[in-house]
Write a protein that binds this ligand. Structure first.
Ligand code: MG
Length: 341
């Protein structure tokens, strides 16, 4: 609940329960309409007199530091919006790019960031067609913040929604989880830890597009596990589809370096952000084909089937642990790392 007279705190930006409450109670309630109320990664807009459907989304990026192992805020800001379009099955067409820059920020770094955004966009086959720049006094923003918005086209016959998961479906993740969160955290050098972990930051539109061509009708739900990680996405899926999920800890791919860093810091890889992964819910009969198709793509080599959609318990994610017990995998609540994306 958002308490009257309260203040915004860091947990409200964490992608977990508090973030969900803030979005629903402050924003969605006031903007309420049939499109935004669906709570998807991108809005799908029906054009009257036109059979095509437009997907539209926006995202802001405040990652600290702006340069981290495996990426930077420029690449991230393109991938984030492209992946949100891909998650509802849309083919991204064009983006906007707006930067809020703190006075004194080095032009060289700014150029590197913009070049990285341009390179990533061309890799995705999208154009950055509009933008904006604001400079604020020193201290009024931290280094650089970026917002990107994106438009895509949803191919005919494709209907993907987090509410589309049905009991019996398989849950698939396109690669190891937690790399991005760990890489950014290590780049801050707050902990004196050194590990070879690169962010997984990558555009997934080509992978998803191939997947939809091969088995489009069998893909029921998709979402990219960014803030709040795999656990947040699985919880959003069971809430929106009124189903349950059982995932098997031994099947969830986690790099041993990520596991080691999380163990030392008391963190849980399943709650760590990814920026180049997709969680896919597909019909059971197509799940092997989905997996084989992912494994052949550039960013899906380590994809795995990690669990299944169940009828009960509704709106709950259950985790079968390595030792054979079963526990609830909750929505992340507090203590998440701020400014991870
Ligand atoms: Mg998303």
């Amino acid at each position: 609940m958002i308490a009257p007279g309260g203040r915004v705190n860091l947990e409200h930006g964490g992608g977990g329960m508090q973030a969900g409450e803030l979005v629903k109670e402050v924003f969605i309630r006031r903007f309420s309409n049939s499109i935004i109320n669906r709570l998807e990664d991108s809005a799908v807009i029906d054009l009257k007199d036109d059979t095509r459907r437009i997907a539209f989304t926006t995202d802001s990026f405040v990652v600290n530091p702006p340069f981290f192992k495996g990426g930077d805020i420029g690449k991230l800001s393109v991938c984030g919006t492209v992946n949100d379009l891909a998650a509802i099955g849309a083919q991204p067409r064009c983006l906007t790019f707006a930067a809020i820059i703190e006075e004194g920020y080095p032009i060289d770094d700014l150029e590197k960031i913009v070049q990285s955004a341009a390179d990533t966009a061309s890799l995705c086959g999208v154009e950055i067609v509009a933008g904006d720049t604001k400079v604020v006094q020193k201290g009024a923003a931290d280094k650089i913040f970026i917002n990107t918005s994106g438009i895509g086209i949803v191919p005919d016959g494709i209907s993907i929604s987090c509410s589309g998961a049905v009991p019996g479906d398989k849950v698939i993740v396109s690669g190891p989880v937690g790399d991005h969160g760990c890489a950014v955290m290590l780049s801050r050098q707050d902990f004196g830890l050194k590990a070879e972990i690169n962010s997984d930051c990558a555009p997934l539109n080509a992978m998803v597009s191939t997947l939809l061509k091969v088995c489009g009708h069998d893909i029921h739900a998709m979402r990219d596990p960014t803030r709040g990680g795999l656990a947040a996405v699985l919880n959003e899926m069971v809430q929106q589809s009124r189903t349950g999920i059982l995932v098997h800890e031994d099947l969830i791919p986690v790099r041993k370096e990520v596991k080691a860093v999380c163990d030392i810091l008391g963190l849980e890889p399943l709650y760590m952000a990814c920026e180049g992964r997709m969680v896919i819910v597909a019909s059971s009969q197509a799940s092997q084909l989905v997996l084989d198709t992912l494994k052949k793509s550039e960013y899906g080599a380590d994809a795995a089937i990690i669990g299944e959609i169940t009828q009960k318990p509704q709106a709950r994610v259950l985790l079968k642990t390595l030792v054979g017990g079963v526990r609830i995998l909750d929505m992340p609540s507090a203590g998440l790392l701020p400014r991870i994306c």
